[in-house]
Design a protein around this ligand. Structure first.
Ligand code: ASP
Length: 342
């Protein structure tokens, strides 16, 4: 049904000719014969996700539903400590989850941030998209929203993730009352991780999802790029979709998901678009996060698929990503800007 009121308001305020001139460039042309190739691209932990999503898309499932079903495998996997159940907690030992999604055909978005006690934030983000006139719900409100749909509140720490947190808490400094744990039990890295999944079907309809437990040991309440539409993921059904994993603050500074889709709009292939966004991140990186030779002291990954079904990924340093071309899901090497991180 046509929305008469908003159409009239729109043209009344802006004027038809000016609007026509300002409309975005046309959709990316499909393959000869007007078809796309179904495809999915994801972070390295997403091999099962791309495979599941493509099975579903082949059977006619909507691309957003397929993407959510794909990332849920990682959200529910206690062994993936970067996402959902088993995700590493904040500095208080509380798991706070972030997720966002976009549905190309309806041009809608939904997201949750700082969600506690719910294993699958991607599903809650999709509910925000489908059943509210809002885009982002946070914290207690997001949890109450989820509970109202029948989600169960659960402990998200696994014995293993609790142990990692306890080790971190004991070893983080010498000026506290915690005794250090032995060297061989020490957690040295600050783990990051997330899953981003972008899916296109054979009609060229596109969707994207990103879900994460965020940076391990983050300040309570810290929200990264993953639940921010345009940063951790973005879809434009005329062009394609893109998303990211890695240091979220760097992605937010350049609106990384959106920017990568815009690079594709201007004709770049997905891999080149990801590389171009990484170069923009470098230009926005403060000196305290650069090594003496100018390389960044953190890693970042972008993943993209266009409406035609071409996909690619790039990172600062060599890495891998999961892709499915409609025939098989494989892990591939990312394009990268630097050979090594140290
Ligand atoms: N991008 C996520 C965040 O900043 C973390 C990650 O991908 O490792 O919350």
């Amino acid at each position: 049904m046509e929305d008469r009121l908003s159409r009239r308001t729109f043209f009344g305020v802006t004027g038809g000719a000016a609007v026509a001139a300002a409309l975005p460039s046309p959709a990316l042309p499909l393959r000869p014969g007007g078809a796309a190739r179904a495809a999915a691209v994801s972070s390295e932990n997403g091999l099962r996700a791309v495979t599941r999503a493509m099975e579903l898309v082949a059977g006619g499932t909507d691309t957003l539903d397929a993407a959510v079903e794909g990332v849920k495998i990682q959200e529910l996997d206690p062994a993936d400590n970067s996402v959902g159940y088993g995700g590493l907690p904040n500095e208080d030992g509380v798991v706070q989850l972030d997720a966002s999604c976009m549905h190309g055909p309806t041009r809608r978005a939904g997201a949750v941030a700082g969600l506690e006690g719910i294993k699958t934030p991607s599903e809650v983000a999709r509910l925000v998209l489908k059943y509210t006139d809002h885009i982002l719900l946070v914290g207690e409100g997001a949890k109450r929203f989820a509970l109202s749909y029948g989600f169960r509140e659960e402990e998200l720490l696994t014995p293993e993730s609790r142990q990692l947190w306890l080790t971190w808490r004991a070893n983080r400094g010498n000026d506290d009352d915690w005794l250090n744990v032995p060297e061989n039990e020490r957690l040295v890295a600050r783990p990051t991780g997330t899953i981003n999944l972008n899916v296109v079907n054979s009609r060229g309809d596109v969707s994207s999802v990103t879900t994460t437990s965020g940076l391990a040991w983050k300040i309570p309440g810290r929200v990264g790029d993953s639940p921010l539409v345009g940063a951790g993921q973005y879809t434009d059904n005329d062009i394609g979709a893109a998303g990211s994993t890695g240091r979220g603050e760097a992605v937010i500074m350049v609106c990384g998901g959106f920017l990568t889709v815009e690079h594709m709009r201007r004709g770049m292939a997905p891999t080149d678009a990801c590389l171009e966004t990484l170069k923009r991140v470098l230009r926005a990186t403060p000196p305290r996060l650069l090594l003496p030779d100018g390389r960044p002291s953190f890693n970042l990954n972008f993943y993209a698929v266009n409406k035609r079904g071409d996909s690619g990924a790039a990172s600062f340093f060599p890495g891998r990503y999961a892709a499915h071309d409609g025939k098989a899901g494989t892990l591939r090497d990312t394009a990268h800007l630097y050979q090594r991180s140290s």
